[in-house]
Design a protein around this ligand. Structure first.
Ligand SMILES: Nc1ncnc2c1ncn2[C@@H]1O[C@H](COP(=O)(O)OP(=O)(O)O)[C@@H](O)[C@H]1O
Ligand SMILES: Cc1ncsc1CCOP(=O)(O)O
Ligand SMILES: [Mg+2]
Length: 243
């Protein structure tokens, strides 16, 4: 099922991120901003996080990809969303939606419905979020749907990928799902197939999680080791861990 996503392919996408250093513009929640920015830097990408509706499109204009995360959506963030959608549509820029807790909020569901109208949209959420969005996604042809958990499932126009890497400690540090969405966006900036891009990002993140868990004493040191492991991930490690 993952025949097209071997260690060489993942390494090639990661090398393109390291070489191009794409900027990912993150309209994200106030909880996950810091860990998201640090994970992007460890990955070789560059974060930008502007929110103000009157500057967000200017700041994002030269970014390689955009992330919209609904986790602590504010009135200001809500007004920034159409600016980013317009930009992504005009430039054909990849856009990833992280629908944090969409199942709890009719406002988030309405915003998600608007965002899902963007052609080529990529959505990454956990099981509950993706289940809540299922009726909308069923009416969204061309979307890439990513459901993370113990096994990450990527349903893309180019096929289905399943990633069985990672560690349960990844659920004990806030913002790691949000950060994974940003890494998917970074790979979408350099790889036109969103299925392969998401597969590379989540394989790298999962393997970094496995390495970090071996080095850490609990969630606090795990977060620190995760940044280090992501920053030093190489093709030899991918080959060993992916088998
Ligand atoms: N039980 C688990 N075992 C291994 N990896 C996991 C597990 N649960 C989540 N992950 C990993 O943690 C990251 C965040 O996923 P998830 O916890 O589903 O997102 P969220 O934080 O949005 O709920 C993903 O890379 C995923 O593969
Ligand atoms: C706790 C919380 N509340 C609003 S956003 C947020 C962070 C969610 O992060 P993640 O989904 O990556 O665990
Ligand atoms: Mg989440």
């Amino acid at each position: 099922m993952n025949a097209r996503l071997d260690a060489t392919r993942v390494a090639s996408i990661l090398a393109r991120v390291a070489q191009a250093r794409p900027r990912v513009h993150c309209l994200t929640n106030t909880v996950a901003q810091n860990v998201t920015a640090n994970m992007l830097l460890a990955f070789g990408a560059i974060p930008s996080m502007a929110v103000h509706p009157d500057e967000v499109a200017d700041v994002a204009a030269a970014a390689g990809a955009i992330l919209i995360n609904l986790g602590t959506i504010s009135p200001e963030g809500e007004r920034a969303i159409p600016r980013l959608l317009e930009l992504a549509r005009a430039q054909g820029k990849p856009l990833v939606l992280d629908p944090v807790f969409v199942e709890l909020s009719p406002l988030r569901m309405r915003l998600a419905e608007d965002i899902l109208r963007l052609p080529g949209i990529v959505v990454r959420g956990n099981g509950g979020e993706m289940q809540a969005l299922a009726p909308l996604l069923a009416a969204t042809p061309g979307a890439t749907r990513i459901t993370t958990g113990a096994v990450d499932r990527i349903e893309a126009p180019s096929g289905l990928f399943e990633i069985a890497h990672g560690h349960p400690l990844m659920t004990k540090v806030t913002g790691l799902g949000c950060a994974s969405s940003a890494l998917v966006a970074a790979c979408c900036a350099v790889e036109p197939d969103p299925g392969l891009a998401a597969g590379a990002a989540l394989t790298a993140f999962g393997i970094a999680g496995e390495i970090a868990a071996e080095r850490s004493a609990g969630p606090g040191s795990f977060a620190m080791h995760l940044i280090d492991a992501l920053a030093s991930l190489d093709e030899a490690t991918l080959l060993t861990r992916m088998g």
